[in-house]
Write a protein that binds this ligand. Structure first.
Ligand SMILES: [Fe+2]
Length: 389
């Protein structure tokens, strides 16, 4: 990320900084102790100040252990909308590195939220709105990745809907891939995006209200509630490299080649033991003998989750927009029968999809069971009488 400064900050860090004579409270928010990226924020009130301690509620995933190990289609469109932008997130798959879910929020909540144990990504499939955060207001729109660093206090104001989000949370860091950055952190010329494509909050307005506010902090596998008697978004200025931002998937510059480009060409973010890739509309492979679809592959150490956003995904048949497929480790996968023949000679694809490949197995929730389409596992089957001999 690039350096950003918003609002008022003193010329020297760790010096007296006042508003109307009152000393402001300086907070350093950083990763890896004091060795990673950080931002410095100046609050009207101590961010430690809580008026009352509420209840702690553990987060429990109801696990589904399927009887069979197969490719899966999670048919999310029938999932009814509902809930708020935090508690309306439904986890479908998870492991120690990442949680993946779907949200279709319809309600706003006045409570503020802070994920104290994970970075979050909301891929906004449908809808628009604003994140009100301690770093300022961050507008988002359809097809944005909204990346929210842990420790960011925020709430969501929903704009025009409907709202459908693919949601991720990781105990690690969400970053641009190392190979796209030079040794100073600047994105390289061959990266599929530049710093200009990443949008920090648009405006910072410190809130001075003294009233009761609720703060919900995710930590230690649960939600801790607090009551505050001041507005938590009380920052008059901040600067640094840690802040929430948006990146619109249409600002990803897709790569094509003479022959098929594998998923790492589409990588957008990295996390610990997982990657996030964007499959965007693009020209297809131009060799006259090119096969413009993925070859069958066994990702021996990966579980592949694809969320279908728009268009017709070239290598999948009968998968609705808004659904997810899971191709787990141990099983090869590739285009379904007939699709390669159909694709030969194609010069362009309009597919739009988000992929999350995890390097460790994913566990499934009972919601994934409820939305599971068992026929998907057999969708590669060619009956013997129809097979080419
Ligand atoms: Fe794949």
């Amino acid at each position: 990320m690039r350096y950003v400064s918003m609002g008022r900050v003193p010329p020297k860090r760790h010096t007296q900084f006042r508003e109307n004579g009152t000393l402001l409270v300086e907070e350093v928010m950083g990763y890896e102790g004091f060795s990673g990226n950080e931002s410095i924020l100046y609050h009207l009130t101590s961010p430690c100040d809580v008026a009352q301690v509420g209840e702690f509620t553990p987060i429990e995933h109801e696990e589904w252990v399927p009887d069979a190990h197969v490719h899966r289609l999670t048919n999310t469109p029938p999932l009814p909308p509902g809930g708020d932008p935090v508690f309306g997130r439904h986890v479908l798959m998870w492991n120690a590195d990442v949680e993946l879910g779907i949200a279709k929020p319809t309600e706003e909540t006045d409570a503020f939220y802070r994920n104290g144990e994970g970075d979050e990504v909301l891929f906004v499939h449908e809808g628009e709105g604003v994140l009100e955060t301690i770093f300022g207001t961050l507008p988002f729109r359809a097809h944005d990745y909204v990346v929210i660093p842990r420790g960011t206090t925020y709430r969501v104001r929903l704009g025009a809907g409907p709202h459908t989000w693919l949601t991720l949370s990781t105990p690690g860091e969400i970053e641009t891939p190392n190979r796209y950055r030079n040794r100073y952190g600047q994105l390289l010329e061959h990266a599929p995006f530049s710093q200009r494509d990443f949008h920090p909050p648009a405006a910072l307005e410190p809130h001075r209200e003294r009233a009761e506010f609720e703060l919900i902090v995710r930590a230690r596998g649960g939600h801790q509630r607090f009551a505050l008697d001041h507005h938590p978004l009380d920052v008059v200025g901040w600067d640094g490299y840690v802040y929430p931002y948006t990146f619109n998937i249409h600002d990803f510059e897709p790569k094509s080649g003479r022959l098929h480009q594998p998923p790492p060409a589409h990588q957008t973010f990295q996390g610990p033991n997982f990657v996030i890739c964007s499959f965007c509309p693009r020209q297809l492979d131009w060799d006259p003998l090119a096969v413009p679809l993925p070859y069958h592959h066994s990702n021996l150490q990966s579980e592949e989750v694809i969320y279908y956003v728009d268009g017709q995904f070239g290598s999948r048949r009968a998968v609705d927009v808004g659904s997810l497929t899971l191709h787990p480790s141990g099983l090869p996968h590739g285009p379904q029968p007939g699709l390669v023949d159909k694709a030969l000679g194609a010069t362009r694809t309009e597919e739009l999809a988000v992929m999350c490949d995890t390097f460790r197995p994913l566990r499934l929730t009972t919601l994934a069971r409820d939305l599971d389409d068992p026929s998907y596992a057999l969708s590669w089957h060619t009956p013997a009488e129809a097979a080419v001999t």
